[in-house]
Design a binder for this molecule. Sequence first.
Ligand code: SF4
Length: 320
Amino acid sequence: MPSTLCKCGKEAFYFRRLSGEALCRRCFARSIERTVHRTVKREKLFTPDDRILIALSGGKDSVALAHILSKLEKPYRTKLFALTIDEGVSGYREEGISITRGVAETLGMEHHIVTFKEEYGHSLEEVYALSREHGTGLLGCTFCGIMRRRLLNDMAIRLGATKVATGHNLDDEAQTFLINILRGDIARLGRAGVQPVKVREGFVPRVKPLRYIPEKEIAAYVYMKGYPLYERECPYVRGSVRDEVRDILNGIEERHPGTKHAIVNGSDKLMEALKPSTEAATVGTCSRCGSPSSRGVCRMCEVLDMLGLGSNTFINHLAE
Ligand code: SF4
């Protein structure tokens, strides 16, 4: 039976199964913030003059990230601002967008919102409908991921960001590792990590300060800080590989606590070992759109072809 008292004598708020600690609200919040602080310092994620763009979706991870970084970066000259991407999924994104507005207001943070529809000319729903018409067999998440990554980087350049901070947590990172293994994608394994190896010019470096914090603890932190939790589930999430991997990993973690930490720590070691070859990898540009790409034609142009949309009509929206 876990203790109901924190070591400081206050009533416990969170029981950390892995370490056996019972933590009161204050000690719990401090331990989360300390882990993020340690990660930022150890990995030298930021410099005092950085302009850090936070990818703020409204989900608990991005909300925790915005809150913690606002606190940690207060003593420095770093500028923090947030970007929300509205993919265009009706009945799902509205709640998240409204949460992001509230969070940015509470934290006094400059906030930009962009939509797939305005930037690409097509919402995710429209793209998915086209995909079905063309029988591509691809999932909504595939398009969403490719389009969001491109837009996030393009907006970071447009807004003059020197770093992009994302809210990827321990669970996300353990899942990504397994997905890359399942796909045999060694190149991606080498580019993982809290501060992925920068192998491409034209990409704003991305950092993941929450990489070592479990999803459950982030949810408890956000709840404790009084932010609303974004409960809705995206209609496209079911059926993705990530969804299956998440269920498998949660099952293993339940029976063998510490598995997710072990995977992420192992992934860090593997990344170090693969670093020389990853850094040496030559990256060219896409022959269609000119974006940095390790393939002749980038993934974005590839999916546009499948949808019968030329790169020019679609991507030019971004350049306007
Ligand atoms: Fe995009 Fe998939 Fe996430 Fe929905 S679940 S927002 S489609 S990545």
